[in-house]
Design a protein around this ligand. Structure first.
Ligand SMILES: Cc1cc2nc3c(=O)[nH]c(=O)nc-3n(C[C@H](O)[C@H](O)[C@H](O)COP(=O)(O)O)c2cc1C
Length: 414
């Protein structure tokens, strides 16, 4: 029996997704020399491609070499060699599905030990209680820095298309730069980029326009947006509804809904209660409401691991089901579902009292699975989150030395 889950989805660009299951973006933290994709990343994506997912969205790729979410981030700018990205696109498409590159700028969500710049709409830093000092202090972006950043997104998208990717997803969720501009709590500007929602959305809309102008009409352009930031006075579902309407005339193919940020890590289910975690699809109630007014197809990500949940999400009118964690543990989950099987194993939620640390540990645990897949080993979801976190922090220190050396070489060559 073919269910909706395995029906194709034609998009506005003319691209057709072969089914309704997408791997959501998960930063792999696996860049090789020169902040480039290497063989490990290709091995990982070949496994996901073979697993039956209709669409693979890469972990976020950085548009600005001086602003990385972490030291092992992949950078695609004007200077990056294209060949490693061509290989990455090929690996992602090897199973007959599509691959889109997620493109991102961290803004103020940059660790304080990272070289480069820490920018934001204003100079308000990330507030994480006793962990706040983990992030750098941002400076407010100048109009010129905003315009140059808009151009960087377009450059990365153009080069992604040249490399063979089928689309890009602009990351405007999870508290990164564009989500900071959208947030009335972080964006206190008084110029054309601050104040009203139209102004707070200006940078995102300009980026989408610039990206659309830089790529061919058949190349997909998507946006990942928070259904809500889950902070009092923050970007909420009504703002999301209006931003989706603003994106509609700009030739966007799909909007992915997620939620949260480092300050309120709802995207990993951390700030939800046990009932929401057990119910899966953390943002479904918000999405159901947005679906009724959205002029664009929506994708929903967050907490989905079972076929019944995925079907419930689609039944609510959502067009694509996004999964991260479940596909890191079971990369062939779509093939299993098509054969009436479920995953054998699940990742256990990290229920530590310190929410920021719990969120970091649960992400480290997922990345631990991705690293195993990238080495050709099977996932081991039972690994203790503290072990995954410690080993990730060690690896990050080594990556930081490599990134520092690479960046200073580039800067002295420039
Ligand atoms: C290790 C890890 C890395 C992530 N990196 C990204 C990212 O680069 N871009 C993004 O939009 N979301 C990222 N996310 C969030 C996921 O896309 C997704 O929204 C979240 O994990 C909830 O979905 P899930 O419950 O299916 O994992 C990441 C999540 C994890 C666990």
């Amino acid at each position: 029996m073919t269910s909706e889950l395995f029906s194709s989805l034609p998009l506005r660009s003319g691209q057709v997704l072969k089914n309704r299951i997408a791997k959501a973006a998960m930063e792999e933290n696996m860049a090789g020399d020169g902040q480039l994709p290497d063989e490990q990343l290709l091995t990982l994506y070949r496994q996901w491609a073979a697993g039956g997912t209709g669409l693979l969205i890469t972990g976020n790729v950085m548009v600005h070499a001086e602003a990385l979410t972490g030291p092992a981030g992949v950078v695609l700018d004007e200077d990056a060699p294209l060949a490693p990205f061509t290989e990455w696109a090929k690996a992602g498409k090897s199973g007959g599905g599509a691959i889109w590159m997620q493109i991102n700028h961290p803004g103020r969500q940059v660790a304080s030990d990272m070289p480069g710049v820490v920018w934001g709409p204003t100079d308000i830093g990330v507030s994480l209680g006793k962990h706040s000092s983990r992030f750098g202090r941002p400076t407010a972006m100048t109009p010129q820095q905003i315009q140059e950043t808009v151009a960087r997104y377009a450059t990365t998208a153009r080069r992604a298309e040249q490399a063979g990717f089928d689309g890009v997803e602009v990351h405007a969720a999870h508290g990164y730069l564009l989500s900071q501009f959208l947030s009335p709590l972080v964006n206190k500007r008084t110029d054309q980029w601050g104040g009203s929602l139209e102004n707070r959305a200006r940078m995102l809309l300009d980026i989408v326009r610039a990206v659309r102008a830089a790529v061919s009409p058949s190349f997909a352009v998507a946006v990942k947006l928070n259904s809500a930031d889950f902070q009092r006075g923050g970007f909420d579902a009504d703002d999301a509804r209006q931003v989706i309407a603003m994106l509609e005339p700009l030739g966007v193919d799909l909007v992915e809904l997620s939620g949260g940020s480092y300050e309120s890590p709802a995207m990993t289910g951390r700030s939800t209660d046990a009932r929401t975690q057990a119910r899966e699809a953390y943002f479904l109630d918000l999405a159901k409401d947005l679906v009724t007014t959205s002029p664009l197809p929506l994708m929903l990500t967050g907490g989905i691991t079972k076929r019944a949940t995925a079907e419930r999400v689609l039944a609510s009118g959502v067009a694509v089901v996004g999964m991260g964690t479940a596909l890191a543990v079971t990369p062939d989950l779509p093939v299993r579902w098509s054969r009436g099987r479920e995953a054998d194993r699940q990742m256990r939620p990290v229920n530590w009292a310190d929410k920021a640390l719990a969120s970091a540990a649960s992400m480290a645990q997922v990345r631990h699975q991705m690293r195993r897949l990238a080495r050709g080993s099977s996932p081991r979801p039972g690994t203790h989150p503290a072990i995954a976190l410690i080993s990730e922090r060690r690896r990050q220190r080594t990556a930081l030395r490599g990134y520092r050396a690479w960046l200073s070489k580039r800067q002295s060559a420039a």
